[in-house]
Design a protein around this ligand. Structure first.
Ligand code: ASP
Ligand code: MG
Length: 436
């Protein structure tokens, strides 16, 4: 059994939905996770904002626009009168629910219910289409099995027991459809796994079902070896270790959120990134196997601030780093990169909302300098220290570019350098040229 997740653009129009239907009916008894049609969750957020502000006409207009859009999808997706009627009824029920919120002040629980409607609609439309096509598809309501604990973490045990039972009750089903993103919280209320959470759903389901593979279908051929917005001729990376994927995602490659990958990683379920627009392309396989001896990809993270604390007293002293780190902890600001020397330490943060207070506190320990508008460039691959030349190649590529910090050796998979924002594109291009 596999878990296949399709993102919003993959189900973003009737044609795209039909295409997804074709892809998912090639194999039997897989679990299909769908996002909301692209743009829908944003529109639902907008509706909730209007309601919070008491702007009912604003909410009405937005709801009406969305309703018209979905009625057009029903009309274009389906052929028979019965299928159209069934889908229209499901969509109409959703919009009756949305409209019921016009007459009362919006609560957080109400907002969550509103946000859940996108996935509920995309899955019921897909289910209607598959039924019309004669496919024995079963819709598994995520709200009947996806649950989080009071910590906000998925209740894996509960999800596993419920979902397996629901699947076992359908021995004739050819495939199963369910909603990404939505869940119930520990009070039983409707909730969600945060924006973009459908990938997380897929990873959780893959783990509890002990799936052969989790497939994340999007609009690009897997994870590219550099940022295609800045560098020409980037190529998909064929395999990545989970740790490499996590570093890349954290440092800017916008494909999979590192936290989302965790259940799959822990249960050792490979994740394959595939492209709905080019289904035969090999994509990227993310798994726990040892990395091939290669540098694989480069990513950049913008809006980084570097802070240097120089202290004459650090020489031979202990406890200095502790005090520095504690300062950041006190201001609930996490540190990304660190570089130390005998007389000082430099760190980077991406959240500068408490910067003034942090700098103020750090001045107790030494001279503080701040560099803004910096970029972390992260190179991932096999960087086990005994393997020679990988780090030297990275630094060679950056010849002529001022490098503010270097971090290497924290993991076997990553070397990060900090450069000025103005040097970012030059650095990305130089790395691609030298490394790939
Ligand atoms: N529909 C949700 C969102 O737009 C979840 C997802 O697509 O992953 O954030
Ligand atoms: Mg997404």
């Amino acid at each position: 059994m596999k878990v296949l997740k399709f993102g919003g653009t993959s189900v973003g129009s009737p044609e795209r939905m039909r295409h997804v239907a074709e892809l998912i009916t090639k194999e039997r008894r897989n679990v299909i996770v769908l996002s909301a049609m692209s743009g829908t969750t944003n529109t639902l957020v907008e509706i909730a904002e209007y309601l919070y502000k008491g702007n009912i006409p604003g909410a009405q207009e937005t709801v009406n626009g969305l309703y018209a859009k979905y009625m057009t999808v029903v009309e274009q997706l389906l052929t028979t009168m019965q299928a159209k009627a069934r889908a229209a009824a499901a969509i109409t029920r959703v919009f009756a629910l949305l409209r019921s919120y016009f007459s009362e002040p919006l609560t957080e629980a109400g907002e969550k219910e509103i946000l859940a409607q996108g996935e509920l609609m995309s899955t019921s439309l897909m289910q209607c289409y598959l039924e019309e096509q004669g496919v024995k598809s079963v819709l598994l309501p995520a709200l009947d099995f996806m649950r989080t604990l009071d910590s906000g973490e998925p209740d894996m045990q509960h999800i596993q027991v419920r979902l397996r039972r629901m699947i076992d009750l359908e021995p004739d089903a050819e495939l199963f459809i369910t909603q990404g993103y939505i869940c119930r919280n520990d009070h039983g209320g409707i909730d969600n796994l945060k924006r973009g959470g459908s990938d997380y759903t897929a990873s959780i389901l893959g783990a509890v079902l002990d799936a052969d593979e989790i497939q994340i279908w999007t609009d690009i051929d897997g994870m590219h070896n550099n940022d295609p917005r800045y560098v020409e001729g980037t190529k998909p990376v064929s395999t990545l270790h989970f740790e490499e994927a996590a570093e890349l995602a954290y440092f800017g490659a916008k494909i999979l959120h590192p936290a989302c990958v965790l259940p799959a990683k822990l249960h050792n379920i490979p994740i394959r990134l595939l492209n709905t627009l080019d289904p035969e392309a090999p994509g990227t396989l993310i798994c726990n196997s040892t990395p091939d001896r290669k540098l694989k990809a480069v990513a950049a993270k913008d809006n980084i601030t570097a802070i240097k604390i120089k202290s004459g007293r650090m020489l031979l002293a202990y406890g200095f780093l502790h005090k520095v780190f504690e300062t950041f902890e006190n201001h609930r600001t996490s540190i990304d990169m660190i570089a130390t020397s005998e007389v000082g330490v430099s760190v980077t943060v991406d959240d500068d909302s408490h910067l003034a207070a942090i700098v103020d506190d750090l001045k107790h320990f030494g001279t503080v300098t701040v560099d803004r508008d910096m970029v972390i460039i992260c190179v991932v691959g096999d960087l086990e220290w005994e393997h020679c030349n990988f780090e030297s190649k990275v630094l060679e590529a950056l010849e002529g570019i001022p490098v503010r910090m270097i971090s290497y050796g924290g993991s076997n998979y990553n070397i990060s350098v900090l450069v000025r924002r103005d040097d970012k594109v030059r650095a990305l291009k130089a790395l691609s040229e030298k490394l790939f």
